[in-house]
Design a binder for this molecule. Structure first.
Ligand SMILES: [Zn+2]
Ligand SMILES: [Zn+2]
Length: 287
């Protein structure tokens, strides 16, 4: 075994168990009856019938390989585990073996730097929105299942992807990875401010590969006291995060870290202070 192969042993084991047509047939038969924890068990005979097998030795061998991970034996037969449906849904969502024709389209919005109409692209499962006319704006990019384009216009798909990202960031910021449910760590690094840039914000899952680097404004859209203040000063909080007015950001305290974000509304300004875990400490509207 090479060093490369030694990496990710649980993933390798889980995928390798699926590498047989009979096992896939067994899982397909079980998924058909899926009603979460209330799934009616499939008896041994029914399952053998469903996969059209006569050789019980062979059938037993493959069923045995799936047991414990993808299939559980209960009193009246066999049921799929939540791991089976999670994999099934991921494949259905990302449709890795199907092409999509919407790889490039215009987005009904404006580049925050130059005002041009941004361009949306869909590549490798990522939906991105960027500006072709200037190199000033960092843009938006997030994994988006191919299935999300179904029965939606290009603009609807971008809206849905943006909302999906917002929900995931909200869950991640609350301490739970949206994909593996493991604990997350939120961090702000304020050194970039010294060079006149926005502070770097990251939320990482401690276990899987999930990592997001949202702008501070995006995080403020997730806090009820911040969104109430932004609404009060006349800012539409349902717009894309890049359409919000540019904030003024400065450090008010280094130890403990406190960062003040000021956003101008039509007539008034909201000043929101956040701490090193990206939690909102105070919200004030200047008259
Ligand atoms: Zn631009
Ligand atoms: Zn995770």
């Amino acid at each position: 075994m090479t060093d490369d192969r030694a990496e990710h042993p649980p993933m390798r084991e889980a995928f390798s168990l699926l590498g047989h047509e009979i096992r896939l047939e067994i899982l397909a038969a079980l998924i058909d009856e899926w009603v979460a924890a209330y799934t009616e068990p499939c008896t041994y005979a029914e399952l053998m019938d469903a996969v059209d097998m006569q050789d019980s030795g062979k059938f037993n061998y493959h069923l045995g390989k799936l047991r414990g991970i993808y299939v559980e034996k209960v009193d009246d037969g066999y049921v799929p585990t939540a791991a089976t449906t999670a994999l099934y849904r991921t494949v259905l969502a990302y449709q890795p073996n199907q092409d999509i024709d919407r790889t490039r389209f215009t987005v009904d919005s404006a580049c925050p730097s130059c005002g041009s109409e941004p361009v949306g692209t869909y590549e490798r499962g990522f939906l991105s929105v960027d500006c072709d006319s200037c190199a000033e704006w960092v843009g938006f990019s997030y994994p988006f299942p191919k299935h999300g384009f179904e029965n939606r216009s290009d603009d609807d798909a971008v809206r849905v992807a943006h909302r999906r990202c917002k929900h995931h960031v909200q869950l991640a910021h609350s301490g739970q990875c949206p994909f593996c449910a493991g604990p997350t760590t939120s961090q702000i690094r304020a050194d970039a401010l010294e060079e006149g840039n926005e502070p770097t914000v990251t939320i990482d899952c401690d276990s899987c590969s999930f990592r997001v680097g949202p702008r501070i404004l995006f995080l403020l859209l997730l806090d009820p006291s911040a969104t109430t203040a932004l609404t009060d000063i006349g800012i539409d909080i349902d717009q894309y995060e890049w359409e919000l007015p540019d904030p003024r950001i400065r450090i008010v305290s280094s130890n403990p870290l406190r960062v003040r974000v000021e956003i101008d509304g039509e007539e008034r300004t909201a000043a929101i202070v956040i701490d090193e875990s990206l939690d909102v400490c105070s919200v004030v509207i200047d008259q």
